[in-house]
Structure formats: C-alpha cells, structure tokens
Ligand binder design. Sequence first.
Ligand SMILES: [Zn+2]
Length: 180
Amino acid sequence: MFMVDYFERAKIRFWEKVKKDGPEDCWIWLSVINHEGYGRLWFLGRFNQAHRLSWEFTNGPIPEGRFVCHKCDNPTCVNPAHLFLGTNEENMMDCFQKGRRSKSGARLKPPEVEEIRRRYSNKEASSHKMAKEYGVSKTQILRIVKNRCWQHIEKGLDLAYGNYQVVTNERFPRTRQRHR
Ligand SMILES: [Zn+2]
C-alpha cells in the first residue's frame, strides 16, 4: 500500500512540474535540469531523468537494456507522445541523426566538431552562438562539447558509416592524450 501511494504521489508531483501544451507539442519540464538538458526528479531514493519517468508513468517500467529516446530534439520535453523506446544502438543513431543540420540536412564535418570543442573549451563562443553559426541545435552543440554522440560514433557507429572509420582515427587526438 505504501508503494502505491508513493507512486501516485510521485506522479502528481511529476506532472505538476510540466508545462503541458497541445498533444502534439513539446511538454517542457519546469524543474531541475541536468548538464545535458534533461529534466530530473528525485524518485525512489535517487535522481531520475524526467523523460524516463514520463515514459514509465505512462507505459510502465522500462524494459532492461532499453532507452527512452526523443522524437523531438528537445531533452527537456517529457510529452509521452514524443518519447519512444529504443535499443542502445537506436539511441546512438538517434543522437547521430540529430547531428544533421536542420536546414541543409548535411552532417557536421569532423573538423567542425573539433573546432566547436576547441572554441567552447577556450570560451571563444557560447553554445547558443555556435548553434546559430553551424546551423544545428544548441542541444547538439552541448552534446558535442560534452563528448556525447561523437564519442559513440568513435566507439561503434563508424562500422555503420564505413567512411567514418578513417576519420575517427585522427578526429579524437585529445581523447587519447588524456589517457597518456
Ligand atoms: Zn517534444
């Protein structure tokens, strides 16, 4: 009985922190956001990502080894209609797809990724500014500078995108130096 109450109360607490718009729109998480832009909430003794909780509150527990991914490129969104269950691979692919430029559909080139990381770490340009310059979302810039996405590609997706193999060998010199 205690668990049922806890769960129900957590659900209420959860949806109170969401700005619900139309069923098609992104529903924005209004409370704490982590460094990657995902909402978070204390639940069952630890911080949980808000979009994962949204999926669970709507559909039940997330099956082991599966990931909750966004159809929209909006990590703060918790609209269950914008979330889908993916495998790790799909999660990576999803990430990868979102590396495409919104306007031209072209991918960021590896030298640009390097440049974005360098400029960000030298504090030459904000993620907001670079998002505009490179024609990608701010989220994508943050993923790149936090080493998400592109690190995935380095580790595995280069097999799926054959030619990336060549590029990755020289693309991440910094990652390697860090381990020396
Ligand atoms: Zn959304």
